[in-house]
Structure formats: structure tokens, C-alpha cells
Design a protein around this ligand. Structure first.
Ligand code: DGL
Length: 268
């Protein structure tokens, strides 16, 4: 699995809960976080190199636990590594459109997630008869990376970003960035009980289980639930964040970028 930082841990925790015997390798590309304001081509390049690294680590299925990287790179990854099954993220427009009573749905995500074909095709396929309002939330990814989940500044940013959506009468709010589920308590407090918050992580974990079983029915039973974490940033602080966000005390190993290649810094 990979993400620009800690956000993908919101998907990781669901996968580990649903598939407790599954071994995981998680790469946080914190040297480049945030991805959301970067050029699509650049994010695509990071995603390809990290996927190649994960294949060398023995990955049987790669979960792109990042909406931004999925929007930028999923098609490309499937085309250039056709033997590898990829599971990606996409904003959960479909269930939101099905559930809405007001006919107004809000989606919060990074700028890069809203660009491109993936989001346009979701709107076209699932939301032709509802209003979908999109909203970027500057600073929120950085706030989650810095463990500022509940600070006054984070709540002010959240209030500003949710205000136009709430004023327009949304009753469904799609979390279109894997960092945002960690802000769910603060989001729920601001949005109020009339707004249903949709986090796609449980559905992505179910899909990961299906893909694992389809590709190798023996995989899920054979493994032992070993978890390996890498970051291209600082391993100590990332280990502390893993513990805060998942309760797990794991050693984190360092990886570094050598040109366009991601390599391990130390031997295991
Ligand atoms: N967690 C990521 C996402 O789902 C990346 C956010 C970022 O790095 O900007 O979009």
C-alpha cells in the first residue's frame, strides 16, 4: 500500500481489521507530501516508482491508498504493470448519490483528485440527477501529518471549507482524501447529525479481499499478519504517528529517492 504520508493508514487499518492474516507493506512518501497540489505527471511518476518498489518487496496486490495518486496514476499503473492487480481509491459519489434526500452531495478532496477523467466519469456515471458540490480544503493534509487533528486552527480551516457545502444543503459528505477520516470527529461536530459522512475505506478493504482471493485463493490463509512500514521522510516521527493513529508499535524503515528510483536506506 502507499500514500503520500499517514493518510493511507485510514485504509490500512480497515484492511488489517478485515484481513487480519494478511501481510502488509506500507510506503509513506513523506519526502513529497502533499501530493494534492502537485502536477499530475509528477504524482504519476512517484506512484510508478513506489509500485515497482512494492513489487520488489513481494507485493501480490497493490492498494493505492491515496485518492490523489489513484486519480493521477491508476490507469497508467495498470497499463505498465499488467500482471499486478491494483486496488485504487475513488470518491464515493455512487453511495452518496443513492443515499441523498436533499439531492445535494458534498465531496472534499485535493485539487488533483478533482482534475482528470476519474472524477468526471464518476459524476457522469452516478450523479446525473443530483447536485455534487466539490470543495478543496487547503492545509488539512498538512494538519493531519502534523497530528493537529483537533486544534482550533484545524477546526477553523474545516469550518471554512465546509461552510459553502452546508449552506447549500448537503446531507452526504464524501471524504475524498485518505487523510480526512482522521478528522472525522471534528468534521462530524461541524457538519452536525443531519449530514452523513462517507469514508470509502471499508469498501476498499472488502475489494482488496476479493482481489486477493481471486488472484491467489491461498494467499489470505498463508500469511501471518506481518506489517512493514517505510517512509521517505523521517522514520522516528512516522513511527510515532503510526502508533497514534493505529495503536500499533512498529519499527519504521527509511527509504530514499535516488533520482526516480525508491531504494531502501538500510538492510532489514
Ligand atoms: N491522502 C492522499 C489523498 O487521498 C494525499 C493527499 C496529499 O498528499 O495531498 O488524496
Amino acid at each position: 500500500m502507499f500514500d503520500s504520508g499517514v493518510g493511507g493508514l485510514s485504509v490500512w487499518r480497515e484492511i488489517v481489521q478485515q484481513l487480519p492474516q494478511c501481510d502488509t507493506v506500507y510506503v509513506a512518501d513523506q519526502a513529497h507530501v502533499p501530493y494534492g497540489s502537485r502536477a499530475v505527471e509528477q504524482v504519476r511518476g512517484f506512484a510508478e516508482s513506489i509500485s515497482r518498489f512494492l513489487l520488489c518487496e513481494g507485493a501480490q496486490v497493490i492498494v493505492v491508498a491515496c485518492n490523489t495518486a489513484s486519480a493521477a496514476a491508476l490507469q497508467h499503473l495498470r497499463a505498465c504493470m499488467p500482471a499486478t492487480p491494483f486496488v485504487g481509491m475513488e470518491p464515493a459519489v455512487k453511495p452518496a448519490a443513492e443515499n441523498t434526500r436533499t439531492g445535494v452531495v458534498g465531496v472534499i478532496a485535493t485539487p488533483a483528485t478533482f482534475q482528470g477523467e476519474l472524477f468526471a466519469s464518476l459524476l457522469e456515471r452516478f450523479a446525473s440527477d443530483v447536485t455534487v458540490l466539490t470543495q478543496i480544503c487547503p492545509g488539512l493534509v498538512e494538519a493531519v501529518e502534523a497530528n493537529k487533528l483537533d486544534t482550533p486552527a484545524t477546526k477553523t480551516s474545516l469550518r471554512e471549507c465546509l461552510a459553502p457545502l452546508l449552506a447549500a444543503g448537503i446531507d452526504q459528505l464524501v471524504l475524498g482524501c485518505t487523510h480526512y477520516p482522521f478528522l472525522r470527529p471534528a468534521i462530524a461536530e461541524i457538519a452536525g447529525p443531519a449530514v452523513q459522512i462517507i469514508d470509502p475505506a471499508p469498501a476498499v478493504a472488502r475489494q482488496t479481499g476479493r482481489v486477493l482471493r481471486q488472484n491467489n485463493p491461498r494467499i489470505a490463509g498463508q500469511q501471518t499478519g506481518q506489517h512493514t512500514f517505510y517512509t521517505s521522510g523521517a522514520p522516528g516521527p512516522f513511527a510515532a504517528r503510526v502508533q497514534q493513529l493505529t495503536g500499533l508499535q512498529e519499527r519504521v524503515q527509511a527509504v530514499r529517492w535516488e533520482g526516480k528510483r525508491l531504494v531502501r536506506c538500510t538492510r532489514r
